[in-house]
Ligand binder design. Structure first.
Ligand code: NCD
Length: 316
């Protein structure tokens, strides 16, 4: 494996290998000295063309815990045309000797463009490209599911788990990557959204789909419910009448939480719009694993960096 561009490119064995490595990384992250020498001498660049806090810092912490040198390159505000600026930036990073580039870009396909270009030799990790994919988010979600709903034993997959993904699926790279990866790991993924936000082509690849959250909750016993942020910044049209109505019909609130099976865990990739797709009762309930997702993000990204950049060296 040289690049990580799509969750769909991972087969079951590769995905499980990353999750298994993440177990070891989690152990490192609970030690007093949270550091391994694995990537000493390697340079990792965080190339972010879009706003981000948790993903960028998560990758930064992960790379630093593996002793890599980390450069943050935040390209926001650049007025150069897209293709040209990406090429120029890539060639600059190549000249500086980057070994790994973590890219977040508003254009779907940007990570792929970089990986298949002649501009740069580094390993490319897609940290979110437009509305397309966000593979490390899917991996950390899979890890969180395995941790809470399976024994998190090496080799374990997610066979038989029922996972609901709810909300703005149309604009969500998190939904796309999760749908691909969770299916590879054996889970049944249900997509639940207003018809305006649920692309038919995606619905056709899910185990099932609903246009009503209440109906889905009454008919299915979900092991996990993943609420998606309403991505207002990507909306060029009106997809629902008002935020108030969205919260009322689509929000995970205390009432809906009470109707879910008592063991259902609540997930959200963050950042949350509290009061819109999720309210405080659901987000802060003991069934919420949202902060575990953040913590697991570091371990999983360490595992990804290890698999791509350490060249098979042993974890010490
Ligand atoms: C997600 C993203 O950027 O795609 N967030 C994240 O990576 N933490 C989801 C979102 O922005 O809603």
């Amino acid at each position: 494996m040289r690049h990580l561009l799509s969750a769909g490119a991972l087969n079951r064995e590769q995905a499980i290998a990353i999750l298994d490595t993440a177990i070891q990384m989690e152990r490192v992250n609970t030690r007093e000295i949270k550091k391994l020498p694995t990537l000493r001498g390697k340079t990792v660049v965080n190339l972010f063309f879009e706003d981000s806090t948790r993903t960028r810092t998560s990758f930064e912490v992960a790379a630093k815990r593996l002793s890599a040198d980390v450069i943050n390159f935040t390209a926001k505000g650049s007025s150069v045309s897209k293709g040209e600026s990406l090429k120029d930036t890539a060639q600059t990073l190549q000249a500086m000797g980057a070994d790994g580039v973590i890219i977040r870009h508003h254009a779907s396909g940007a990570a792929h463009t970089l990986a298949t270009s002649e501009w740069i030799d580094a390993s490319i990790i897609n940290a979110g490209d437009g509305t397309h994919e966000h593979p490390t988010q899917a991996l950390l979600d899979a890890y969180t599911l395995r941790q809470h709903l399976r024994a998190n034993e090496p080799g374990a997959d997610l066979a038989g788990l029922k996972v609901a993904i709810v909300g703005d699926i149309a604009h969500s790279r998190v939904a796309r990557s999760n749908l691909l990866l969770l299916k590879t790991l054996g889970a049944d993924v249900y997509l639940i959204a207003p018809a305006t936000l649920l692309p038919a082509a995606l619905a056709a690849t899910a185990a099932g789909h609903y246009y009503s959250l209440d109906q889905a909750i009454s008919e299915q016993k979900f092991d996990a419910i993943m609420m998606l942020r309403v991505q207002s910044e990507r909306m060029t049209a009106s997809f629902f009448p008002s935020e108030r109505e969205y919260a009322r019909i689509w929000g995970l609130n205390g009432d809906r939480l009470a109707k879910l099976h008592p063991d259902t865990i609540v997930m959200h990739p963050g950042p949350m719009n509290r009061g819109l797709e999720i309210d405080a009762i659901a987000a802060d309930s003991p069934r919420s694993v949202i902060l575990a997702q953040v913590a697991n993000g570091v371990s999983v990204r360490m595992a990804v960096l290890y698999h791509l950049l350490a060249g098979g060296s042993e974890i010490e």
